[in-house]
Unconditional design. Sequence first.
Length: 173
Amino acid sequence: MSGEGEIKVLAVCLGNICRSRWCRIRCDLHWLTNDSQAMAEGVLKQIQQENKLPVFVDSAGTAAYHEGEYADDRTISTLAKHGIKMDSLARKVRQSDFNEFDHILAMDGSNLSNLLRMAPKNCKADIRLFGEYGDGKAIQDPYYGGQMGFTRTYEQCKSYGKAFFQSLGYTVN
């Protein structure tokens, strides 16, 4: 669960085993803790941990293809190379997420469209393309490609993650 006063961030891709999980980070002031979503979860957690930010990060998929599964092995391997442990299970976006989270970061335009369609009227969350905190590009799904795609996803998540936290007024290394 998140702590009082924490900003809550949800990273979302299609299956929650690659991109969005890279962003997922659950860290607060007491402990620092589809495949690019998995990558985003891990990278955001690392940035949050290193900078001791009062932020709770989670991830989910717009589809339930991989619900209850661990992240893709290539995601886990890429994160491990950067000292990030990923052991959470994939889950699908829930209706409650739209009012529980302050920010929902979509990995690509299709995810963004799906989220905007799923969101209830007057939802609390600010729903955006994660790439808006960088060069405006989508984070491509590395699932069907080779290791280079996973490396590129990590780099995008790291860059966008730092810019995202800076947009919230935090100083990050």
